[in-house]
Design a protein around this ligand. Structure first.
Ligand code: PMP
Length: 363
């Protein structure tokens, strides 16, 4: 008999990351994966290098120093923190632990692609709720909750739309949600948010036993290559994650670099200030070219290319020809859009120049 995976596995559309290379181009402007244009803190790089002589040792499976550093930095309880190989791993572990065949995993229409992938991997059914103006709609999400719903993922800010809900809306969602549904607040872009009525979710985690907050070092801390993220959990959920995770799921060098990155507040501040300056600049420039940038609270902008401009596919081919790599959004159900990460000042200027050429505004 032929080897067959479990039902549903072959329905999974594999996650395709942003491209890093273009054939025939020796210099590219990679704006496809929401990475930090400033790179990591020099102190994080030093901490990473210092562990080169320890490669034969297993890491601290409990990530004690990192959890203590996070607890100190964010004024949280270290016992409720669980580290993972990126928040991707934690999304997978939560789904594996709390959902199974026949269960439902709920999220907003244009949510992060790992939610359906994780759900389908365990035989659960991904269910989406419609958005309002590319923003999560709390009432639409609540209307989709059924007795089979096990997990509700809310990315806040959301990737790829960039939208963000105020704390009061997230609280309203939590308060109306059945207590046996786990609300996962994915706050991968929390450090970039400037609106004063925002909360990443730790306060809700501390008050309720069905809320988890996910964070990552891949974005503002510039450590995507090291695969390190963390979950802030109710004690019972932390206990469950510690049972299902691999014993050594995060590398020692990643843990050490993350501790150093947290301590270098100046570097994080610089990355935030860079984003605060160039995100509005980029949005304004593309709007001036007849394109439609969606308001964003992250480190990226979703840009719609109206048919009159030639459309997103044509724009992508044109930009690639100029060495610029934004993210194609067809896989997210946004075929008229491209997503641009905020890059360095020079990268942003070159990207706008290429878009000016594409839209004919250079003539
Ligand atoms: N959640 C969201 C909303 C994201 O955009 C990403 C990165 N694309 C992740 C989680 C995963 O990040 P990582 O696994 O690198 O921590």
């Amino acid at each position: 008999m032929a080897l067959t995976p479990r039902p549903g596995i072959m329905n999974i559309a594999p996650y395709v990351g942003g491209e890093s290379n273009l054939p025939g181009q020796n210099r590219v402007i990679k704006l496809a994966s929401n990475e930090s244009p400033l790179g990591p803190s020099p102190r994080a790089m030093e901490a990473y290098k210092a562990l080169a002589s320890e490669l034969h040792r297993y890491p601290d499976g409990g990530a004690v120093k990192l959890r203590e550093a996070l607890a100190h930095h964010h004024a949280l309880d270290a016992a409720r923190i669980v580290c993972g190989a990126g928040s991707d791993e934690l999304i997978g572990l939560l789904v594996r632990a709390y959902a199974g065949p026949g269960d439902e995993v709920l999220y907003s229409r244009h949510g992060f692609l790992m939610y359906p992938i994780a759900a389908q991997s365990v035989g659960a059914t991904p269910v989406t709720a419609p958005e309002r103006e590319l923003t999560a709609d709390i009432d639409a999400l609540l209307a989709r909750v059924t007795p089979r719903t096990r997990i509700l993922f809310l990315a806040n800010p959301n990737n790829p739309t960039g939208s963000c809900l105020p704390a009061a809306e997230v609280k309203r969602l939590r308060d109306r949600l059945a207590p046996d549904v786990l609300l996962v607040l994915d706050a991968a872009y929390a450090e970039y948010v400037t609106r004063p009525d925002y909360e990443a979710g730790a306060a809700l985690v501390e008050r309720h036993d069905n809320v988890v907050m996910l964070r990552t070092f891949s974005k503002i801390y510039g450590l995507a290559a090291l695969r390190i993220g963390w979950a802030y959990c109710p004690p019972a959920v932390a206990d469950v994650l510690n049972r299902v995770r691999g014993p050594f799921n995060t590398a020692m060098a990643a843990q050490a670099a993350a501790v150093a990155a947290l301590e270098d507040r100046g570097h994080t501040e610089k990355a935030r200030a860079h984003n605060d300056r160039w995100l509005p600049w980029f949005s304004k420039q593309v709007r001036g070219l007849g394109l439609v940038p969606h308001p964003s609270f992250g480190n990226f902008v979703l840009v719609e290319f109206p048919a009159a401009t030639g459309g997103a596919e044509k724009a992508l081919a044109f930009l690639n020809g100029r060495g610029v790599i934004p993210r194609r959004m067809a896989g997210y159900g946004l075929p008229d859009c491209l997503r641009f990460t905020i890059g360095t000042a020079e990268e942003m200027e070159l990207t706008v120049a290429a878009l000016r050429e594409f839209t004919g505004h250079d003539r």
